[in-house]
Unconditional design. Structure first.
Length: 379
């Protein structure tokens, strides 16, 4: 039974008003209704595309489809269609084929502007070495002391220790469309449920049950695995007087490292207000963006708190996804029209070095004022 266009409040009321002996059935109907409403547009679009695809035999690429390997088809049979029950008990995690993860992984890289500035480890890798270089090259014999020094400067990042979880529903209408459409749906949903979670981990992860976020201090006192926040540096402008004097010496290591492009990360409201005013001047033709003395790239992230921003050197944060899996629960098997899954993503991330990002306090960030000089002309 489907309940069309009802609010959550309507559904809760119907559930509360149902007789005790009908509670279980009403719970099923309520969950089904929520899922039907949430995916109504998706199902309708898929059905329309499916009919067009079947009639015209258009290329897979036009509809976002791809040819699946036998391993991927077997995974769908086992995990989604549940036709192959011999290798899945219903109490274990079934991992996606690496080819599927790779496609999702590539989509993730371009899904958010922030992800373009992350140093991504290859999909499926469980341990990745951070490529931060320390010291300088010197001529001489390759002694054991030099080898030890090189090895001491190399750190590794375990990409199989943190997990991101979410729930996914697969409507039966999509299951009935076949392998390629199930694959498209799963990839789309996994992309959506992972986007915000991964971004939040990159920005604010505490390091204990999440990556170590850009807001955290790698050299701070770690309490029970949790990294403390970095102390924010207060700035009043994004020019040489405040940002240049207080922030750049950390990023450029007192002149020992060349820094050109800097990514400024803040929530959308701060970008639209404080940072906009600090980078634009009002002219007779409206606001004009001033040329920065540095190449600043501005990226929005809801995970950055109010009155804060992050100045970050691109590609200095390493992140990777080692595995994605589907966890099953026998408790949800009474749902006949949809399948319920817990989606698990295993990965990790951290800055290569603590001075690759600086947290900014922009509470007192001032509006950009044009400098006007007057000269007295002597006749």
């Amino acid at each position: 039974m489907k309940i069309e266009k009802k609010t959550i409040e309507d559904l809760v009321k119907e559930l509360n008003d149902a007789p005790a002996e009908q509670k279980s059935e009403k719970i099923i109907e309520t969950i089904q209704s929520i899922v039907d409403q949430e995916y109504a547009n998706v199902i309708s679009q898929y059905q329309k595309e499916f009919e067009e695809y079947s009639a015209s035999k258009e290329s897979d690429k036009k509809f976002g489809l791809r040819s699946l390997t036998e391993a991927e088809k077997q995974w769908i049979d086992r995990a989604i269609k549940q036709e192959d029950t011999t290798s899945l008990t219903g109490k274990e995690i079934d991992y996606l084929p690496e080819t599927t993860i790779s496609y999702i992984f590539e989509d993730l890289k371009v899904a958010h502007p922030l992800f373009q500035y992350i140093d991504w480890a290859p999909a499926g890798v469980q341990k990745w070495f951070l490529s931060e270089r320390s010291g300088k090259a010197t001529w001489g014999k390759l002694t054991r002391a030099i080898i030890d020094k090189i090895e001491a400067g190399v750190e590794s990042l375990d990409l199989d220790v943190k997990s991101l979880s979410a729930f996914m529903f697969v409507p039966k209408a999509i299951i009935n469309m076949g392998y390629k459409w199930i694959d498209k749906f799963v990839r789309t949903v996994l992309l959506e449920v992972n986007e915000e979670g991964i971004e939040e981990g990159i920005i604010a992860g505490n390091g204990k049950d999440a990556p170590i976020g850009l807001l955290k201090d790698l050299k701070g006192s770690v309490q029970e695995g949790v990294y403390p926040d970095k102390k924010a540096i207060e700035i009043t402008d994004l020019g040489p007087d405040s940002f240049g004097a207080k922030v750049l010496p950390t990023l450029n290591r007192q002149g020992k490292r060349n820094v050109d492009t800097i990514v400024i990360i803040a929530n959308q409201n701060e970008l639209d207000t404080k940072i906009y005013k600090a980078t634009h001047v009002l002219s007779f033709n409206g606001y004009i963006k001033a040329d920065n003395y540095k190449n600043f790239v501005y990226v929005a992230s809801p995970s950055v708190p109010e009155n804060k921003a992050i100045a970050y050197i691109p590609k200095k944060y390493t992140c990777g996804i080692s595995r994605m899996g589907i966890d099953f629960s026998d408790h949800y098997k009474f749902l006949e029209q949809l399948r319920t899954y817990a989606v698990l993503t295993y990965g990790n991330g951290r800055l290569k070095s603590n001075d690759d990002a600086v947290v900014l306090d922009i509470t007192k960030l001032e509006a950009l004022k044009p400098i006007v000089k007057t000269e007295t002309v002597t006749p």
